[in-house]
Design a protein around this ligand. Structure first.
Ligand SMILES: CC(C)(COP(=O)(O)OP(=O)(O)OC[C@H]1O[C@@H](n2cnc3c(N)ncnc32)[C@H](O)[C@@H]1OP(=O)(O)O)[C@@H](O)C(=O)NCCC(=O)NCCS
Length: 191
């Protein structure tokens, strides 16, 4: 499946084995790894075998409708990152979102575009009601990104994780369907 919006620089497409090379190229960066708030799932250094295991796991998650993992593809540069609907809970109509981008592509609005596509899929196509995300309090970029998309902070998870010898805090963010006001209409292709 791929979602393409006219005028956007990026589109999102379900991850596949031929994305492995580009995943490693973009994910193998300690600055990306330290900010991804999914303990144990984002190794550093990030090897080819890690990407293969990751893509395999995403295919299994998709089959069980637990998660939908997309590559973020730039129209010129190919795969530059990933975004995910995970912990999909059909009964309660909720899902968690996750995202990361290769560092050279930061600060150009690409993740924002990718998340708008993901939100369209979640709220309009899958008819979910609530999206949530966790982000470390030191990760200002990620908090600003979510705030800019209309997410609000629901709480602070104090000393939620132990990183080396330091505890780190995380914010919990959420966006409800009733707060979602996007007017994009992406083309969705099953491939
Ligand atoms: C967090 C991350 C995904 C942001 O991606 P990005 O593509 O740089 O974000 P965008 O360019 O789409 O920026 C969206 C918003 O973030 C904010 N932002 C962008 N650059 C920023 C900066 N240097 N400082 C603070 N806020 C910034 C702005 O509010 C921006 O909105 P605007 O363009 O309307 O002003 C990226 O930095 C990343 O991959 N970090 C490492 C992994 C990670 O932290 N993942 C999230 C885990 S919860």
């Amino acid at each position: 499946m791929e979602l393409v919006q006219k005028g956007f620089d990026v589109y999102i497409k379900l991850l596949a084995m031929d994305d492995v090379g580009a995943i490693v190229e973009n994910a193998n960066d300690p600055e990306v790894a330290r900010s991804v708030s999914a303990p144990g799932t984002f190794p550093s250094p990030y090897e080819k075998s890690d990407a293969i295991e990751f893509v395999k796991a995403t295919i299994a998650a998709r089959k069980e409708m637990r998660g939908l993992h997309f590559g973020i593809h730039h129209v010129k540069y190919g795969l530059i990152g990933a975004c995910t609907l995970m912990n999909i809970d059909i009964r309660n109509k909720t899902a968690e979102i996750g995202y990361w981008l290769g560092k050279v592509y930061w600060g150009q609005g690409y993740t924002k575009q990718a998340l708008r596509l993901l939100e369209y899929l979640a709220f309009i196509e899958l008819e979910l009601n609530r999206l949530y995300a966790y982000t470390y309090t030191f990760n200002t970029r990620s908090s600003e990104l979510l705030a800019g998309l209309g997410y609000s902070i629901e709480g602070l998870h104090k000393q939620a994780e132990l990183h080396g010898d330091k505890y780190v805090d995380k914010y919990a963010f959420a966006l409800l369907k009733s707060e979602y006001a996007d007017d994009i209409k992406p083309r969705i292709t099953e491939i």
